[in-house]
Each structure stands twice: as structure tokens, then as C-alpha cells.
Design a protein around this ligand. Structure first.
Ligand code: FAD
Ligand code: NAD
Length: 476
């Protein structure tokens, strides 16, 4: 280890010292850096990309939601306006402009983080960080060490990258991951998506709306593993009506490309042909090249960094948060962990309420949840009561012309404490915020049912589902 330090020092002149160095400027890392600066720590942030914001802002949440919005508008303009008495004429797709708009959104938001760093006085280093000792790092660009850094605390927030599938190699063109699928230059006639999880459904939906014939290959017997079973079954029916094709219980074994045509082989099943393949089979921690060993940071067999409740790793002064420690791989979970970790360092206090972390799939309709699924409650032997309310009985959903879906409220059978809310329906991602706040404050389903909800809003369906827990919903 000593040798390595001497070797690096030979190429770089000075050692920069900070109270805190955050490695990775995704939603976990950059928010942690801002909070640390707010709390008075001399904070540095290292990221290998020119654009700040990590996976989420560059090639994840933001560009995918920009395309989901644009493709939804395109589909609405083509199919949903007539009943409103609006004739849009011959609606044309300009994919180049749609992609350029998405790029502008990314540019503006990533540039915004630069501004926030300047405002809060966070020092920024560009390059790949590599540990040389527990709290010492070199920053490398093009394989050359350009800075040496030392800090009282180091926070690893290096996120995740797409998982690969044996036999299905991304080829930089026809076979790609979400990163490539956010920028394909033309609409594939036939698209094969491997994996019916978040990315498969969101990006599969984007390209279906833009005109592709999309087949989703999923090796389980259901879509969206981890989502409440009833909600996932209902969602699948709606997605099938929209034209997504599902081949469940289909394990992909290999994919090959010949003359721009892809052939995907399935275990024991008929092969699938497509113009493009999207690999969406999960994500793995992004820790390669960090030399965690030099810092003495341990990880589990899947590569996720192991931490305790204060986000401390096995190396003193080194912490980790966000996708690289596992759990739900979500931007807002990474942010919460980043803030809690920094507050623990600076003040001794800080925690994440994991029972109240919402998740949202931004399809149409959206799917949102907070708390355990019914299957998980049964497995844990928790006695619960359930209230359901369909959007077809909600006035606002009627005015929107979006009556598909339902809200399900699960509450403890004895205490009535709110345990979970699962939503399939219009703007589910916005409605779930109220449920997350209610769970965080330890509310009962009765509390939700007695809260006045504005009329006519979609959130009245949540109130009704809460009333339904006590079998007294009014509008069904
Ligand atoms: P990341 O955002 O992955 O950031 C880590 C950063 O560290 C990266 O910039 C990386 O390049 C950098 N880095 C890694 N190693 C080093 C190193 N050695 N030196 C310097 N820099 C390094 N989540 C949601 O909540 N909502 C969504 O709608 C959503 N949509 C998504 C859509 C897609 C297509 C994808 C792929 C993901 C989506 N996610 C979404 C997940 C979300 O992007 C991640 O959960 C989130 O980005 C994790 O944040 P993080 O800070 O842990 O890591
Ligand atoms: P995922 O874990 O959501 O889904 C992967 C799917 O691939 C699973 O259904 C799995 O059974 C299937 N699969 C695995 N191996 C397979 C094989 N050989 N053949 C066929 N199917 C196979 O993963 P993802 O969709 O890649 O997304 C990665 C993560 O990124 C998500 O878990 C989520 O945390 C995050 N994300 C979140 C959002 C959001 O919050 N809206 C959007 C996109 C991504």
C-alpha cells in the first residue's frame, strides 16, 4: 500500500485535504455533499463524468421521464384527443427533436447541480477516484493521477451500472442497455426487451408508443417482481391492451446479430426475432476500479458495500450510501441515505424511515407503492385489513377519461395503523406522497379516511380506499 502511495505521489505535486470527500455525484452523493456544506464541512465531490447528477440525471430517471412524457403526448395526440372534440389532423413524429429535448432537459438539470455546488462552496474534482488508504484517494483521468486527496471522512456513493446477461453482449448498436435505449436514432420496427421490471416496462412503453412492436421476455411467471401481486396482474392486463406483448417464464440464454437482425434464444422456447434488444435485467454495484481493498472496505458476495445503521463501512471514516449498498435502487432512497449519513457525521443524529420509501413505475397508468405487498404481509404473518377503491368510481378520473386501476390500503387488523398503500392509476406517483407521509407519521387508515380531500381530485380515491378498510366506502 505504501508503495502505491509513493508511486502516485511521484506524479502529482500536492495533497488536497478536506473534511469530507464524496465519491460519486449521483442523487445520493451530490445531495450529501450539499447537506455537508450546509452543516459547515469543507466538502469535496469527485465524479468521473463531466455532467453531475450521476445515473439518475444523465442516463436514468430524468431522460427516461422526459421520453415517457414526450411519447405519451404523441400517443395522446394520435389516439386520445378525438373524444374531447379535438381534431389534431395528421400527427407526425420528429424523433430527432424529441431526443434533443430530452438532452436539453438533462443539460439544464445537470448544469443546475454545478450551480448548487458553487453556491454551497463544494469543491469539485473531475476524474475516477481510487483508494490508496482508508481516507486517501487519487483522482485519475485517462489513466493518469491528477489529484491526491485526503479527508477526515470519505463517503462512497458510486451507484450502480446495468447488469449484463451471459450470452447477450451489448454490441454498441443493436443490443444495448437502458443507456443506449434512451438515444436510439430510429424507432425499431420490432423491439425485444429482456426483463419485465422497471426499465423494461418504462422504456418498452416509450418505444411502443413511438411505433415499435414490443415483446417483453421475462423469466418469472409475472411482471414487476417486488410489486403487489394483484396490482401487477391488473397492470399487465392494461399493458397488454396497450399492445405490449409479454412472454413470461422465458429465460433468455443468448442473443446474436446478423445483418442488423437480432435473434434471441430462449431456454426451451421458440427464438424471438427483433431489430433491437434492450437488456433490462437489473443493476449491479459500481465499485470496480475503486480499490475498496486498499481502504479495507468489505462488500457482500453480490458486490454491494456492507454498512451498519450509520452507513459506516468496515473501514474507519469510510461510509457508503445509495445504490452501491443495495436495497431499493431508487434515487430518493439514495438521497435520504446521503442526508442521514452526513447528519450522523456532523450532528450525531439522522435516520432513514425505510418503511415510508415510495416507489413509482412511470408507465401509463402509473404504479406506485409504499410499504409491504399483501404477499409480504402474509409471509410475515401480519394480520391486516384491506380497503380497495377503483378509479372508475372517482369523479376526477372520469373527467380525465382515465378510469383504469385501483387503490389498495392495507392496515393493521388490531391497531388500524397504516401499513401499505398500492396504487395502479392516473398520477399514482403523486397520490402516493400522501400515503408515504401518513405512514411516516404513524397514521391509521381512519386518520386518512377522516382527512378532508379536495373535490374533485384523484386523491379522493385514497380517502375512499381508506374508508373501504372499514367497509364504509361511499361511492361504490
Ligand atoms: P448514481 O446515480 O449511479 O451515481 C454514482 C456516480 O458515481 C456516477 O456518476 C458514477 O459514474 C460515479 N462514479 C462511480 N465510480 C466512481 C469513481 N470511482 N470515481 C468517480 N466517480 C465514480 N430511480 C428513481 O427513483 N426514479 C426513477 O424514475 C428512476 N428511473 C431510472 C431510469 C433508468 C433508465 C435507470 C438506469 C435508473 C433509474 N432510477 C430511478 C434509479 C436511479 O437512477 C438510481 O437509484 C440512482 O441514480 C442512484 O443514485 P446514487 O447516487 O446511488 O448513484
Ligand atoms: P428490475 O430488477 O426492476 O427488473 C429486472 C427483471 O429482469 C426482473 O423481472 C427479472 O426477473 C428479469 N430477468 C432477470 N434475468 C432474466 C433473464 N435471463 N431473462 C428474462 N428476464 C430476466 O431491473 P431493471 O428494470 O433493469 O431496473 C434496475 C433498477 O433500476 C430497478 O430495480 C429500479 O430500482 C431502478 N429503476 C427505477 C425506476 C423508477 O423508480 N421508476 C425506473 C427504472 C429503473
Amino acid at each position: 500500500m505504501r508503495d502505491r502511495q509513493i508511486y502516485d505521489l511521484a506524479r502529482i505535486p500536492t495533497m488536497q485535504r478536506h473534511d469530507l470527500i464524496v465519491i460519486g455525484a449521483g442523487p445520493g452523493g451530490y445531495v450529501a455533499a450539499l447537506r455537508a456544506a450546509q452543516l459547515g464541512l469543507d466538502t469535496a465531490s469527485v465524479d468521473e463524468h463531466d455532467r453531475l447528477g450521476g445515473t439518475c440525471l444523465r442516463v436514468g430517471c430524468i431522460p427516461s421521464k422526459a421520453l415517457l412524457e414526450s411519447s405519451h403526448l404523441y400517443e395522446q395526440a394520435r389516439r386520445s384527443l378525438q373524444p374531447h372534440g379535438i381534431e389534431a389532423g395528421d400527427v407526425q413524429l420528429d424523433l430527432g427533436r424529441m431526443l434533443a429535448r430530452k438532452d436539453r432537459v438533462v443539460e439544464q438539470l445537470t448544469g443546475g447541480i454545478d450551480g448548487l455546488y458553487r453556491k454551497h462552496g463544494v469543491t469539485r474534482y473531475r476524474g475516477r477516484a481510487r483508494f490508496t488508504a482508508p481516507r486517501k484517494l487519487v483522482v485519475e483521468r485517462d489513466g493518469r493521477a491528477v489529484e491526491e486527496l485526503e479527508a477526515g471522512h470519505v463517503l462512497v456513493a458510486t451507484g450502480s451500472r446495468p447488469a449484463t446477461l451471459k450470452g447477450v453482449e451489448p454490441d454498441g448498436d443493436r443490443i444495448g442497455t437502458s443507456t443506449e435505449a434512451l438515444a436510439w436514432p430510429e424507432v425499431p420496427r420490432m423491439l425485444a426487451v429482456i426483463g419485465a421490471g422497471y426499465i423494461g416496462l418504462e422504456l418498452g412503453t416509450v418505444w411502443r408508443r413511438l411505433g415499435a412492436e414490443v415483446t417483453v421476455l421475462e423469466y418469472l411467471d409475472r411482471i414487476l417482481p417486488g410489486t403487489d401481486g394483484e396490482i401487477a396482474r391488473e397492470a399487465r392486463k392494461l399493458f397488454e391492451k396497450q399492445g405490449l406483448k409479454f412472454r413470461l417464464e422465458s429465460r433468455v440464454t443468448s442473443a446474436s446479430v446478423r445483418k442488423n437482425r437480432c435473434r434471441i434464444e430462449l431456454e426451451g422456447g421458440e427464438a424471438v426475432e427483433a431489430d433491437r434488444v434492450l437488456i433490462a435485467v437489473g443493476r449491479v454495484p459500481h465499485t470496480e476500479g475503486l480499490d475498496l481493498g486498499a481502504a479495507g472496505v468489505e462488500h457482500n458476495e453480490r458486490g454491494f458495500i456492507e454498512v451498519d445503521e450509520a452507513f459506516r463501512t468496515s473501514a474507519e471514516g469510510v461510509y457508503a450510501i445509495g445504490d452501491c449498498i443495495g436495497g431499493p435502487l431508487l434515487a430518493h432512497k439514495a438521497e435520504e441515505e446521503g442526508i442521514a449519513c452526513i447528519e450522523r457525521i456532523a450532528t450525531g443524529w439522522g435516520h432513514v424511515d425505510y418503511a415510508a420509501i415510495p416507489s413509482v413505475v412511470y408507465t401509463h397508468p402509473e404504479i406506485a407503492a409504499v410499504g409491504p405487498t399483501e404477499e409480504e404481509l402474509k409471509e410475515r404473518g401480519v394480520a391486516y385489513r384491506k380497503g380497495r377503491f377503483p378509479f372508475r368510481a372517482n369523479g376526477r378520473a372520469f373527467t380525465l377519461g382515465e378510469t383504469d386501476g385501483l387503490i389498495k390500503v392495507l392496515a393493521d387488523k388490531t391497531t388500524d395503523r397504516l401499513l401499505a398503500v398500492h396504487i395502479l392509476g392516473p398520477r399514482a406517483g403523486d397520490i402516493i406522497a400522501e400515503a408515504a407521509a401518513a405512514i411516516a407519521y404513524g397514521a391509521s387508515s381512519e386518520d386518512l379516511a377522516r382527512t378532508c380531500h379536495a373535490h374533485p381530485t384523484l386523491s379522493e380515491a385514497l380517502k375512499e380506499a381508506a374508508l373501504a378498510v372499514d367497509e364504509r366506502a361511499l361511492h361504490v
